[in-house]
Design a binder for this molecule. Structure first.
Ligand code: NDP
Length: 283
């Protein structure tokens, strides 16, 4: 009879099923499709337990993890190093074990640029970004690293808008300007790419609209929205009606998931499998 060795094992026992997490569904669809015998688990960790959770993930042999708000900045102090863009942004959403060390990456902006590249190369492009929060920061840094010539940050709060604009001008080879969003914004005619990186339009506020002059949106502009739920936001619909090329929030979510899976497993997953899994979650 074989003897089971429990000496060095802890068996995880989650007492209750954790709500279906879209990222989990998407990543596990990729694992299954590529016959990867891996799991992607959703675990809730309170701010006071973050250090213990990061140490625990290491000793339990995790190959990495994603982290979301409110951990994106605080997690950095518990890591062994940072990738270039995570270091510039000061935020991490993806941690990868490399040679036994926890390295923090930021795949939000990289995912965005990867989906943008399917439509247009950001090099030498003029970009308008609504928002100055975490998503806007990640996207603007990556778009600047990809060679955009100019970025306008349009934001409601002056402090955040100016801070992001200063970061871009100080640390990246791009010319950035801040426009306080205190009245209806008119998109300059020379703009190539328009990005919503605010939370406007996110479920349940699906009727919300960005306050800009729709007449200033031209069919030559590429329009992107970070909102994954619902993917067909008012901005996405308006832009499609205008004849613009459009990237929705699901594309960005899939692309950052693709990069995460590649970081952890070394496998380049099929994005269409991941998108299909996400579309099922979001109906
Ligand atoms: P933050 O809270 O850091 O930033 C929110 C931004 O939205 C701020 O610039 C805020 O302006 C602005 N904003 C919110 N409400 C309004 C409003 N009513 N009028 C004007 N401006 C407003 O959030 P994140 O940047 O982390 O996330 C933003 C969105 O991006 C979320 O909806 C999230 O779902 C999405 N996201 C999507 C990803 C994807 O893969 N598709 C990845 C990451 C995020 P102010 O500074 O004035 O408060």
């Amino acid at each position: 009879m074989n003897e089971l060795n429990f000496k060095q094992e802890l068996t995880a026992a989650f007492g209750q099923p954790i709500a279906e997490n879209p990222t989990q569904v998407m990543i596990e669809a990729a694992y299954q499709h590529h016959n990867l015998d891996w799991r992607y688990l959703t675990v809730e960790v309170g701010p006071d337990d973050l250090e213990a959770a990061v140490k625990g993930a290491k000793v339990m042999g995790f190959q990495g993890f994603n982290c979301t708000i409110p951990h994106k900045v605080n997690v950095i102090q518990y890591l062994d190093g940072l990738g270039e863009s995570a270091s510039l942004m000061g935020a991490v959403n993806c941690v990868v074990r490399r040679n036994g060390q926890w390295i923090g990456e930021n795949t939000d902006g990289k995912g965005f640029v990867s989906s943008l590249r399917e439509i247009t190369d950001p090099k030498d492009k003029k970009v308008v970004i609504f928002g100055a929060g975490g998503a806007a920061r990640a996207i603007s840094v990556e778009v600047a690293l990809a060679g955009a010539s100019a970025i306008s940050i349009i934001n409601r709060s002056n402090e955040r808008g100016q801070e992001l604009t200063d970061l871009l001008n100080d640390k990246l080879p791009v010319s950035a300007n801040f426009v306080p969003w205190s009245s209806t914004f008119s998109i300059p005619e020379s703009t190539d790419i328009v990005i919503n990186a605010t939370s406007i339009g996110l479920f349940p506020d699906i009727d919300a609209r960005l306050d800009f002059d729709l007449d200033s949106l031209k069919s030559s502009m590429v329009v992107a929205d970070v909102i994954p739920n619902p993917p067909a936001t008012n901005l996405v619909r308006d832009a499609r009606n205008k004849g613009c090329k459009v990237i929705d929030g699901l594309a960005m979510l899939v692309s950052q998931g693709v990069i995460g899976v590649k970081h952890w497993t070394g496998v380049d997953p099929d994005p269409s499998v991941m998108r299909t899994a996400l579309e099922k979650v979001f109906g």
